[in-house]
Design a binder for this molecule. Structure first.
Ligand code: C2O
Ligand code: CU
Ligand code: CU
Length: 495
């Protein structure tokens, strides 16, 4: 792999750093955001919820609620969360377990809760058809049928997903199985196995996080000016082991993050959206589009702080980075990791993590083409700003009918002027190629979101298993939530 030297890397990616008292400070876009005092807040760790047993079913009680959150000392920001005021607990489930998520809606308005990346019956999916009315409880019950992975959950109400996620409703799901049990990876939750929900939010001068779409955010998606991690502003994390495992979710509405360490050091990616890569992959830069996840292992040195940064990246011709008109965020720090002066030694990483069953394009019975489209100038042609195959989401229209058991290729063509992270429900897919080139090692695994850059054609392959229901559709859509809400979404049924 041709990785830039440490010096060149820093020069090319962290140019907007300002050094204050020996600490590099990266400027977010707005004046109120500058963490002049450095990273001063202890990273919040979402509660770990393992459920309780009710007659062989593992039950999780989740309440969507409104509240206030103190991102900034002395300011109570109105927010929403699950079992709390902002974000929700991390739900730990096991492959093979029967689970029930009881979702109670105390928001005072309709919403839904969708299990992003989980393979389950469409009626249990929590998509736009499974609306939970105010004051009601919806039970989503199914058997976990997938390998260890870091997944997540968030509202999915038609036309309102962007606003509900922005207010704070999202959480992580950790699937464990016998394979993850056996791997010598850090797995002590909150200690050396740390969930990181990366987001950006716009705060008004009085620290409100209003969801107001401008002309620009209608087109480009809602991009904030303050980074938050697990709902923490300017966070630090105190590490006690020589390796930490970070389960990273890009939980933003619309921003693509390019993650690196301020030291320029390499780190190791072990998992993508749907679980472990076949083998660890060493990188010094990780791009995560909205809704994508990755698990990385970072090596620490006692007493030497290291900061997880978002670096500013422009357009690049290789590796699927960036693209014209993208929402690549400017440079700023997400999290400072502060290792103790003496660390517990972690186990060495295994050479192999899992065995993948690679789907064969020759087994595909059908190729479906999806054109991802935008129209510039809202007035032109009276059209919607975003669409897929010329169509805008219609809850009453089924766009694609898939046969249970089939393997298919979906060909995603970005014919618009900005990148779109394409997501589909029900399955984990594999990327066959980007403009004919094999995907990078970091995305050569189970995926449920794939960035499709401007002018790019990405072919993905998937097999539709276990669940068929002619009357309950699954969604596919752009995961820039403002695009999804504007109708860049379609529905498929498996029959
Ligand atoms: Cu993350 Cu259709 O959702
Ligand atoms: Cu989803
Ligand atoms: Cu989009």
């Amino acid at each position: 792999m041709t990785s830039p030297t440490r010096r060149n890397f820093l020069k090319s990616t962290a140019a907007s750093a300002v050094v204050l008292g020996g600490v590099a400070v990266y400027w977010p876009r707005s004046a109120i955001s500058s963490p002049m005092g450095g990273m001063t807040n202890v990273l919040k760790i979402p509660a770990l919820e393992t459920g309780h047993d009710e007659g062989g079913v593992q039950v999780y009680d989740l309440t969507m609620q409104n509240g206030v959150t103190e991102f900034f000392e002395g300011y109570q920001t109105p927010t929403s969360g699950i079992n709390g005021s902002y974000l929700g607990p991390t739900l730990k489930v096991r492959n093979g377990a029967a689970v029930r998520f009881n979702v109670t809606n105390n928001l005072g308005e309709p919403s839904t809760l969708h299990w992003h990346g989980l393979h389950l019956p469409a009626r249990m999916d929590g998509g736009p058809h499974q609306v939970v009315r105010p004051g009601k409880t919806w039970a989503s019950e199914f058997t976990v049928k997938q390998k260890a992975a870091s997944l997540w959950y968030h509202p999915h109400l038609e036309g309102k997903t962007g606003e509900h996620v922005w207010r704070g409703m999202a959480g992580m799901v950790i699937v464990e199985d016998t394979e993850s049990d056996a791997l010598p990876l850090p797995n002590n939750y909150g200690i050396n196995d740390v969930p990181l929900v990366l987001q950006d939010r716009t705060f008004t001068p009085d620290k409100r996080m209003d969801y107001e779409l401008s002309m620009r955010s209608r087109m480009m998606g809602m991009v904030g000016n303050i980074p938050v991690v697990n709902g923490t502003y300017a966070p630090f994390f105190e590490a006690t082991t020589t390796k930490v495992r970070l389960r990273i979710l890009n939980g933003s509405n619309a921003s693509t993050y390019n993650l690196a360490l301020d030291s320029g050091a390499n780190f190791v990616q072990v998992a993508t959206d749907g679980g472990f890569l076949e083998a660890p992959v060493e990188v010094n830069l990780l791009q995560l589009a909205p809704a994508e996840r990755a698990e990385i292992i970072v090596d620490l040195v006692a007493g030497e702080n290291v900061t997880l940064l978002n670096v500013a990246i422009g357009t690049s011709s290789s590796g699927g980075m960036g693209g014209g008109g993208s929402n690549n965020a400017p440079a700023f720090p997400f999290l400072e990791i502060r290792p103790a002066t003496s660390l517990t030694q972690s186990a060495a990483l295994p050479a192999r993590l899992t065995e993948m069953e690679w789907l064969n394009p020759e087994d595909a019975v059908k190729t479906r083409v999806f054109n991802l489209e935008m129209q510039m100038g809202m007035g032109s042609g009276g059209g919607n700003p975003v669409s897929i195959n010329g169509k805008v989401m219609d809850m009453a229209r089924i766009d694609e009918v898939v046969n249970l058991g089939d393997t298919e290729i979906w060909e995603l063509r970005n014919v618009s002027m900005m990148p779109h992270p394409f997501h589909m429900h029900d399955v984990q897919f594999q990327i066959l190629d980007r403009n004919g080139r094999a995907p990078a090692a970091t995305e050569h695994g189970r995926k449920d979101v794939v960035m499709v850059n401007t002018g790019e054609t990405v072919r993905i392959i998937m097999r539709f298993e276990d669940y068929a229901d002619a009357n309950a559709p699954f969604m596919y859509h752009c995961h820039i939530l403002e695009h999804e809400d504007a109708g860049m979404m379609g529905q498929f049924v498996v029959v």
